[in-house]
Design a protein around this ligand. Structure first.
Ligand SMILES: [Mn+2]
Length: 270
């Protein structure tokens, strides 16, 4: 029995199954964690989502920006982008159940036994573990509530870009979603810079990766995240486990075994 955290799958079904074969995944005994962005960009989003739906009792999935985008397109609050590759899900008979199931996934997962925190983009440095858990629950209540479409209709936007506990309404919800699912770079005060999507080396001056700011988290707590294929870090890097290894871009898909920190990587078949 083992628990594996898996990086951004992004609709790469063949590579996912290849990785699961490599780790000898046994759905009767093992558990899988997914850092989000399970769909979009790759060619088999429907196959990935159907598979995870089938083994849902063995899976923890946190929402990524692409997963939320599918949910928003299905809800009719935003439109498809030319690069989107999840039409197969939208046209499927079971799309209602698949999207309703995905919408109920958390933004944050914390496990005591492993002392590990998983989110899609990382941990906003002005939040400690308890604050992050509380704010994730606030958004999950909105996404699972009856007015979720009202929020999805104002989901997109880069403002506000700095956390303040006094934020209210959808500005507050949007900031929390952006921090959990889109964050990469910020300035030294914690202002998010959501437009920069490159690597760390050539980043504009005054910006730094979120994990370079002083953290309020206990240094023994592992942070498992994805979202940033252009940022290449050793696994682990201090207490950080960046598992996005660019599968959808022809690089690799990565799994981390939480019991012993062993890393498994397969080349992308896409
Ligand atoms: Mn992402």
């Amino acid at each position: 029995m083992a628990t594996y955290a898996i990086g951004d799958v992004q609709g790469c079904y063949k590579t996912l199954r290849y990785l699961l074969k490599t780790i000898s995944f046994d759905p009767k005994h093992d558990h899988l964690w997914f850092v989000g962005d399970v769909i979009n960009r790759g060619m088999d989003s429907l196959a990935v989502l159907n598979y995870l739906y089938d083994i849902q009792d063995r899976c923890v999935i946190v929402l990524g920006n692409h997963d939320l985008h599918l949910i928003a397109v299905f809800a009719g609050t935003t439109s498809l982008n030319p690069e989107d590759t999840f039409m197969d899900i939208l046209e499927h008979d079971n799309v209602d159940a698949l999207c309703a199931w995905l919408r109920k996934k958390p933004l944050l997962h914390y496990d005591n036994q492993f002392n590990a925190l998983m989110t899609h983009a990382g941990l906003y440095p002005l939040w400690n573990l308890n604050t992050a858990k509380r704010l994730a629950k606030e958004v999950e209540a909105v996404l699972q509530g009856k007015d979720y479409k009202s929020f999805l209709s104002v989901l997109y936007g880069n403002e506000p870009n700095l956390w303040n506990e006094n934020l209210t309404g959808y500005n507050r919800t949007r900031f929390i979603v952006n921090a959990f699912t889109r964050m990469r770079m910020m300035n030294s005060n914690g202002h998010l810079e959501l437009d920069y999507k490159g690597g760390i080396e050539d980043c504009p001056s005054g910006l730094m990766p979120w994990f370079k700011l002083p953290s309020l988290l206990d240094h023994n707590t592992r942070i498992i995240f994805g979202h940033w294929a252009q940022c290449v870090l050793p696994i682990p890097y201090q207490n950080l486990y960046l598992l996005d290894t660019g599968c959808a871009w022809g690089r690799q898909l990565t799994a981390l075994r939480l019991e012993d920190d062993k890393v498994f990587t397969v080349e992308s078949l896409e």
